[in-house]
Design a protein around this ligand. Structure first.
Ligand SMILES: Cc1cc2nc3c(=O)[nH]c(=O)nc-3n(C[C@H](O)[C@H](O)[C@H](O)COP(=O)(O)O)c2cc1C
Length: 372
């Protein structure tokens, strides 16, 4: 897109020319200013891991199957005793006020309308209490704050507002700058606030810092995490796990679940694709342990592949922001509906009548390594 392209205001109807969930990504450039889009779409460094996240899906194919009984097919699943109509959750994504006036309230409405669990970021543009008023299934994502007391305050607010789980993101400790965002000269607008935080805490927290980034010692966070796990009345889930040994250690620490994620390619540039480590991590934590996944999902077939490799459910990051930018709450709801339809179609064609039917042997590994 050229610099002279006009950025359109968000639509107040579902766009008639969007046919797949990924179309929201293709259309987002018409609705998001180029520098802001570079910040959202980019990964860290030169996008090596960002690209790996997508390429990993392309290396897998799905076996079409014949003669399956789909008369009672369903996408229903349950995680940590919560029943979900489908295995699609919304990843925590900071600063949604960058793309739409309704910010996370629009996302929450789109999620609630499609019975989707939203994970609200610590760095939301509106408060966690406001998000809760629009939500039905909702978890709170915590970045540890500069003191344990400040973190505890956020957790207590989330519990009081009815959040059903706490998701602690542990991979944001050292955030690498995005070359794409730097080249586009992206800066956070001074009017954009992290509504849950005081100004002091906001300036100490990843994602809100200048994209040249800060480096700090976050090794003490394991003690905070242990404390939180031991005292929280709601499940504590850990997001940002990429190594089987870390997964095992967190399981032993008492995390209720973990989320395999490389922050959408925004941490180490050169980290493996998150899909690439899923099988190993599933093997490390065992069949029964709740395992979620994100990174690079753009379609229902991507969701199917991640579940086949061991995820119980998946999270959607950038697509929710693109849909919000294009058509607010309607866009978010429509994007999720499309993803769910794409997943259902794929399940039907692959002969899977339930989420648990989606096993590794439904996949054909294009570059060898046949499992079935
Ligand atoms: C613009 C942006 C902001 C993000 N903010 C957060 C955040 O506040 N907390 C968090 O845990 N992850 C954050 N993430 C990472 C997402 O939760 C998720 O892991 C990632 O976007 C998944 O990859 P995908 O975008 O390819 O779906 C952010 C990602 C993006 C692109």
């Amino acid at each position: 897109m050229t610099k002279t392209t006009q950025i359109k205001p968000p639509l107040d109807v579902i766009p008639s020319n969007i046919y797949s969930a990924q179309d929201y990504e293709y259309f987002s450039g018409h609705f998001i200013a180029p520098a802001t889009l570079a910040y959202i779409a980019g990964g860290s460094g030169e996008d090596v891991t960002l690209n790996s996240n997508r390429n990993a899906f392309a290396a897998l194919a799905i076996y079409p199957r014949l003669f399956s009984d789909l008369s009672s097919a369903s996408t229903q699943t349950s995680i940590l005793k919560q029943v979900f109509e489908h295995p699609i959750l919304l990843s925590p994504v900071a600063h949604q006020g960058l793309v739409h006036n309704s910010a996370e309230l629009g996302t929450a409405r789109g999620a609630a309308a499609t019975n989707t669990c939203m994970i609200a970021s610590t760095l939301s543009s509106v408060t966690l209490e406001q998000i809760a008023t629009q939500s039905r299934q909702y978890w709170f994502q915590l970045y540890f704050q500069s003191s344990e007391a400040r973190s505890a305050l956020l957790v207590q607010r989330a519990i009081d507002a009815g959040y059903q789980s706490i998701v602690v993101t542990v991979d944001g400790a050292i955030q690498a700058p995005s070359a794409r965002a730097l080249r586009a000269n992206f800066h956070f607008p001074s009017t954009l606030k992290a509504a849950n935080l005081s100004d002091e805490d906001a300036s100490n927290t990843d994602e809100s810092v200048d994209i040249f980034s800060t480096f700090a010692n976050h090794s003490h966070q394991v003690d905070q995490l242990k404390n939180l796990i031991n005292h929280s009345p709601i499940p504590v889930i850990v997001k940002g796990v990429m190594h089987p040994q870390d997964a095992k250690a967190l399981q032993e620490l008492g995390a209720a679940a973990i989320i395999v994620s490389n922050h959408g390619g925004r941490t180490v540039d050169g980290a493996p694709a998150s899909l690439g480590v899923l099988t190993q991590i599933r093997a490390a934590v065992g069949e029964q342990y709740p395992l979620l996944f994100d990174g690079g999902i753009r379609s229902g077939t991507d969701i199917f592949k991640a579940i086949a490799l061991g995820a119980d459910a998946v999270l959607i990051g950038r697509l929710q922001v693109y849909a919000l930018a294009v058509a607010g709450a309607l866009g978010v709801g429509h994007m999720i509906k499309l993803l769910r339809q794409e997943l259902e179609l794929c399940m039907a064609q692959a002969g899977c009548a339930s989420i648990t039917d989606i096993q590794a042997c439904v996949l054909h590994h294009i570059r060898g390594d046949h499992r079935c």
